[in-house]
Design a protein around this ligand. Structure first.
Ligand SMILES: [Zn+2]
Length: 480
């Protein structure tokens, strides 16, 4: 299939080219002047705001408060937690000169904020009555990227990071799982991404965490995307930053802390979970425009079509639907149809002279077999609300089926390599880092997670025959 003048390289032909062209053509992002940086354009930023609002509401509903911490962090802070600094060192952007002179102590641009928030928590927490401390920040982060990819890996990205401190391990673990469940809910109910909740193997853990949990989604090329993570730190950061409290007994104790984040990477996940050869397919709950009305006509007929479109938009908007009237006069209707399909708008209404006279509109859905249908203007809000709900459900169902069709339970090496070339392998594994490394070197697949819902099972490692670890199967796949 050739690329049309308007469209992008078909997904089925070259997934990577499709993605790179689409994020630009759909006007989600543009390349920033510094390598690996990303400009988020209004259409992409609205998508982010809608996602952000869903996450933020849930964070607040579960008792967390938003705060804001500085972008610049003393380099010495990162050194206080040995694993943490080791993990982040290669990605750090360090400021050594400012105010016209060399700094006495370099400062890093935050790659994550455990250290500075840990320092502040140590000042703010003194008694068990101060616990739990449940904080969240919305901010930009910088991690120097050698292989940048819009939304997925950019030198600067946006996210939220929850940081909490608790009196004991059980409370902190409860919090870690609460955040994970929150992410899984947003992914499933809002982004229509069926994700697997699981725990990372030791080699894939966050630098400084005792346990790292993840939600993993399958993209339409069979690769995995880590879409959100939640970490239980034990007392690692409490020791490094002296986050302690006086217990009821009068004894001084260390806090158990957590952190968890979801970022603009999620948008890449949405694009690669739902998009098709014609472009983006946006889940209605996150679509900046859920409905676009295209008035059709010339001269006076154009004027009357625009007037009718605005009036119809007012009625649809009153029904709580995000609607946009495409009043670009210099472009043909056909161009506009393709444009809004490329940009993933769930539903389009066409309004020509015939429809204006009859008080109707022609509805075209972004997905589904319904074809075009004529609806009455007065029914439009209800018909569209139903169409949006249907599409939201269809996307989740379709993505779930795709994932299940591309997930294989495997017990031998040949089946394993076949499975990870098109999707995920569910395999028993010994848990040895050297064995993980060999698998990665040979197949590019890594352990994505040990699914929380996986049934108990044990046996020989799919690769080396040593006894399996974890007590259940591990998901392996190639990942973004
Ligand atoms: Zn092994």
């Amino acid at each position: 299939m050739a690329r049309s003048e308007h469209g992008v390289t078909p997904q089925s032909e070259d997934f990577s080219a499709w993605y790179n062209e689409l994020v630009t053509k759909a006007e989600l992002v543009d390349r920033g002047p510094v390598r690996g940086s990303m400009v988020i354009r209004p259409y992409g930023y609205r998508l982010w705001e809608l996602l952000q609002a869903e996450i933020d509401r849930r964070i607040k509903d579960t008792g967390h408060q938003n705060a804001y911490f500085p972008l610049l962090i003393p380099e010495s802070y990162l050194r206080r937690e040995a694993e943490h600094v080791e993990g982040f060192a290669p990605e750090l952007a360090v400021v050594t000169r400012a105010g016209g002179k060399e700094l006495d102590e370099p400062v890093v641009i935050r790659p994550t904020s455990e250290t500075v928030i840990g320092e502040m928590m140590s000042r703010w927490i003194s008694s068990h009555r101060d616990l739990p401390m449940l904080l969240n920040q919305w901010a930009n982060m910088v991690r120097w990227e050698l292989r940048p990819r819009m939304f997925l890996r950019t030198t600067e990205f946006l996210w939220q990071e929850g940081h909490t401190a608790h009196a004991g391990a059980a409370d902190a673990m409860g919090e870690t799982m609460l955040a994970l469940d929150l992410y899984a809910e947003v992914a499933r109910d809002i982004a229509a991404m069926p994700v697997v909740r699981g725990e990372k193997t030791p080699g894939e853990r966050f630098a400084g965490a005792l346990r790292t949990f993840t939600i993993e989604g399958m993209m339409r090329d069979g690769r995995a995307l880590q879409a959100g993570t939640s970490h239980y730190m034990g007392v690692n950061f409490a020791q490094a930053f002296d986050i302690g409290y006086t217990a009821e007994s009068g004894q001084r104790e260390l806090c158990h802390t957590t952190s968890w984040g979801m970022s603009t990477r999620m948008i890449g996940g949405i694009i690669m979970t739902h998009g098709d050869d014609r472009g983006l397919v946006l889940p209605p709950r996150l679509a900046p425009y859920q409905v676009v009305i295209v008035p059709i006509g010339r001269g006076e007929q154009w004027e009357s079509a625009v007037t009718a479109a605005r009036e119809l938009a007012g009625r649809i908007s009153a029904g709580g639907i995000r609607v946009h009237v495409d009043e670009r006069q210099q472009l043909s209707p056909g161009f506009k149809f393709n444009d809004w399909e490329l940009r993933g708008v769930p539903a389009r209404l066409e309004l020509g002279q015939r429809e204006v006279t009859a008080g109707t509109a022609v509805l075209a859905r972004r997905l589904g077999d319904a074809g075009k249908e004529t609806i009455s203007g007065s029914d439009a809000p209800a018909v569209l609300a139903a169409a949006l709900d249907e599409l939201q459900a269809l996307l989740l169902r379709r993505a779930t089926e795709f994932r299940d069709e591309h997930t294989f339970v495997v017990d031998d090496w040949e089946s394993f390599t076949r499975a990870v070339s098109s999707g995920w392998a569910l395999a028993l594994h010994c848990g040895q880092p050297s064995c993980e490394d060999e698998i990665k070197a040979e197949t590019a697949a890594t352990p994505r997670c040990v699914p929380l819902d996986g049934p108990p099972e044990s046996g020989p490692c799919v690769r080396c025959n040593a006894p399996s670890a974890y007590g259940k199967r591990v998901i392996f796949g190639r990942a973004y």
